[in-house]
Design a protein around this ligand. Structure first.
Ligand SMILES: C[S@@+](CC[C@H](N)C(=O)[O-])C[C@H]1O[C@@H](n2cnc3c(N)ncnc32)[C@H](O)[C@@H]1O
Length: 237
């Protein structure tokens, strides 16, 4: 296995308590469930009834839980370096008793054989843990290499320019999301300062476009935006 990323290591230094991930992510990531539903709508519009989908950063199994029940002809390969996150995904998937072929692999996209090609891929709330020092591009390139030409690729990631007026204004609005859901203000402040702002490697949206283009994706379109994260669908050239 290649070396783990410096941030976003959910086994050694989890940004959120793994056991409470499903609860916390819904409190801190506004429209979390909706963004999976929107992704589902797009993939159903694009993919045929039989398709093999790569889920990068499968985490606790949200993508598979959303996509598998209504698309029994799709098969899934979820990769994630975190054994703890995957253990929760396995449990959830077993409980749902899904008919699809589902494989969860501990590791990185790079650990998959290059001959293994997919009809689609998702990378949701993962790339923003990587620095823009070549690591973000490397991840996108490793995904691109494993997609068939014309395959859709869904990226949901943090974006923006910390310190800019827009970013700081949106951050205030974003903090209100957990606050109005009942999380005490001092806890929210601490999570933003010590977790979100320290682990998420925000880059401007234009840089995300550039990275996608460089990694071999085309026809990029934004289908979702919530506070300082967005969703883009693009296609492997
Ligand atoms: C915030 S969670 C997102 C999980 C899931 N996609 C979701 O939206 O709920 C980030 C996940 O990405 C995984 N991860 C971190 N770095 C990764 C990498 N380089 N490749 C694949 N997964 C990675 C973490 O282990 C973690 O499970």
């Amino acid at each position: 296995m290649t070396s783990p990323p410096k941030t976003g290591n959910f086994d050694e230094k989890p940004p959120l308590n793994v056991e409470e991930y499903d609860k916390s992510i819904r409190l801190f990531c506004g429209a979390y469930e909706e963004m999976f539903k929107l992704t589902h709508c797009y993939l159903r519009a694009i993919l045929p009834k039989q398709a093999r989908v790569l889920i990068v950063g499968a985490g606790t199994g949200m993508e598979i839980s959303e996509l598998a029940p209504l698309n029994p002809g799709w098969s899934f390969c979820g990769v994630d370096p975190s054994a703890n996150m995957l253990a929760l995904a396995r449990k959830k998937i077993l409980e749902k008793n899904l008919a699809c072929e589902i494989e969860l692999r501990k590791g990185y996209v790079d650990n998959l054989k290059e001959e293994e090609v997919f009809d689609a891929a998702t990378c949701i709330l993962v790339m923003h843990f990587l620095k823009d020092d070549g690591a973000k591009l490397e991840l996108l390139e490793s995904i691109s290499k494993r997609l068939k030409s014309g395959a859709p690729f869904v990226l949901i990631d943090g974006f923006g320019e910390p310190g800019s007026m827009d970013f700081e204004e949106i951050k205030v609005a974003w903090k209100n999301y957990p606050i109005i859901s009942g999380v005490p203000g001092e806890i929210v402040e601490n999570i933003f300062n010590e977790v979100i702002m320290k682990t998420v490697q925000f880059v401007p949206e234009a840089r995300i476009m550039e990275l996608l283009e460089t990694a071999g994706f085309t026809r990029v379109s934004k289908y979702f935006s919530g506070f300082l994260y967005g969703g883009w669908i693009s296609y492997k050239k």
